[in-house]
Ligand binder design. Structure first.
Ligand code: AHR
Length: 501
């Protein structure tokens, strides 16, 4: 492997370390919000959950859905709480009392120091509701809608910059499911209206949700030809899972994310060319994650509870390695992927689990935390020659994948390395010609043992990063032995603007 300062991919946007909060399962109620709990503050925000979120390093949070947003009336979630209507959440077969709404979300975001990102309902609602929500949220005051926000206790505008134009409208499961042309037109007109309010908003148009949907053949082309002049991002959603204990294929899931990102970029660039506009849309991977133990025949949801246990799987070491591998893919597309939201943040398919009396970290918490903490500055393209392995879904793929990041302010070069070989260690030699004075600061590894090991509430240390002893730096040559099915972080101190390493 060769890592070279001259091979820059792009600046790493801090929004790459985003997450997602939806009114789904126990993510909001029973997750981040539990009024009356001794573990919550006076606003009902769970403090133990908040501590783990801060520690995770999340930068931006997308809200309120997901599928939920396609039936959501934002006005239900503002104003005096005891006057808010209780509604059916059709997406997840739950009842939503609307006690956590827009103000609560923005207050919670501010307390946690994360940027709020909103999705508008383009399923059962449309342009008018989206424009009302925007004016209510971001206009300083002096109009009926903005004064209503002030009357509801928020003198300061919410200042939301990033807005998703609907959610997965190509999915037949979506309320207000649409054809590509129906959605493309609606998204374009909504975006045009939102820009009349504020030209600088950052707007995300929904790309094809999944390659297995029949509409995926020409969804991106049709939608992007309608919207490329008005949108800033095209959204990619991806969930990967281990099927039939085929861990070898599962470990190579980064290939799937690489393909999805590159497909979206190609479609956006082709649409810009066709429309004759000089625009390069960015990619927002605003739902990404690992499914575990998904029931192939889910039971029909019974009843309409406030809290429902959905996706509360126990994640494994293999899931943590794949989470890390997906982050490697995001970093390797840092020139175009400038926002990404791990899905979801708490309880449902999440790095953080909460019960009424406490919280704990799942295995997938750790790679996210390490990357959010250490991947900064510029992503560099590493040149790599590695043996290939066979996978049942992606064919032959390189055994190793890597992302390299260089933060010249901090004087830090970091390598994020995945050994996708399920059964054999990979001895890797890295040439660091650009940094002859580099010093090995830390080497950590996740995985490398039983890929089905877990972290649980009773045994929280089951899957945690541990020291990687097999990393040796000799001059400009770094030798690392990566255990099978593992994800590693190797940090090197380099000369910074402030001085030598
Ligand atoms: O798991 C979350 C759901 O997955 C979201 O609501 C939807 O956008 C996606 O299909």
């Amino acid at each position: 492997m060769v890592v070279d300062r001259e091979q820059a991919i792009g600046r790493i946007d801090r929004r790459l370390f985003g997450s997602f909060v939806e009114h789904l399962g126990r993510c909001v109620y029973g997750g981040i919000y539990a009024p009356g709990s001794p573990l919550s503050d006076e606003h009902g925000f769970r403090q133990d959950v908040a501590t783990l979120i801060r520690d995770l390093g999340v930068t931006v949070v997308r809200y309120p859905g997901g599928n939920f947003v396609s039936g959501y009336r934002w006005v239900d979630g503002v104003g005096p709480r005891d006057a808010r209507p209780s509604r059916l959440n059709l997406a997840w077969h739950q009842t939503d009392p609307n006690s956590f709404g827009l103000h609560e979300f923005v207050d919670w975001s501010r307390k946690l120091g994360v940027e709020p990102m909103l999705a508008v309902n383009l399923g059962t609602s449309g342009i008018a509701e989206a424009l009302d929500l925007l004016e209510y949220s971001n206009h300083p005051g002096g109009t009926t809608l903005s004064d209503r926000r002030l009357a509801n206790g928020a003198a300061r505008p919410f200042g939301v910059r990033m807005w998703c134009l609907g959610n997965e409208p190509d999915g037949p499961w979506q309320l207000g499911h649409k054809t590509a042309l129906e959605y493309g037109r609606l998204a374009a007109e909504t975006a045009r209206g939102m820009r009349q309010f504020d030209e600088k908003l950052e707007l995300v148009v929904a790309g094809s949700t999944a390659p297995w949907l029949p509409s995926s053949v020409d969804w991106d082309r049709i939608v992007l030809e309608e919207t490329v002049e008005f949108a800033d991002y095209v959204a990619v959603h991806i969930y990967v899972e281990e099927v039939d204990r085929d861990i070898q294929t599962f470990l190579a899931s980064g290939v799937e994310l690489d393909r999805e990102i590159e497909r979206a970029i190609a479609a956006a660039d082709a649409a810009a060319k066709k429309r004759g506009v000089d625009r390069k849309l960015a990619v927002s991977v605003d739902e990404w994650g690992v499914w575990r133990d998904r029931d192939p025949n889910p039971p029909t949801f019974e009843g309409w509870p406030l809290e429902r246990r959905i996706g509360e799987s126990v994640y494994t070491a293999g899931d943590a390695v794949v989470t890390g591998a997906l982050i490697v893919s995001l970093l390797n597309h840092a020139d175009r992927v400038t926002c990404a939201c791990q899905s979801l943040l708490v309880n449902a398919g999440a790095p953080i689990r909460a019960e009424a009396d406490g919280v704990w970290r799942q295995s997938i918490y750790h790679p996210f935390q390490l990357a959010a903490r250490h991947a900064s500055g510029t992503a560099l393209r590493a040149t790599i020659a590695a043996p290939e392995i066979d996978t049942s879904k992606y064919g032959r793929v390189a055994e190793i994948d890597v992302a390299a990041t260089l933060d010249e302010e901090q004087g830090q070069l970091v390598l994020f390395l995945v050994n996708r070989n399920a059964s054999e260690a990979a001895v890797t030699s890295v040439r660091l010609g650009s940094w002859p004075d580099a010093r090995l600061a830390e080497a950590l590894v996740i995985g490398g043992g039983d890929p089905w090991e877990t972290s649980t509430r009773e045994h929280p240390e089951g899957v945690v990063p541990r020291k990687l002893d097999e990393a040796v730096l000799d001059g400009d040559s770094l030798e690392v032995a990566l255990p099978p099915a593992s994800w590693s972080v190797v940090r090197l101190a380099t000369a910074s603007k402030g001085g030598p390493p």
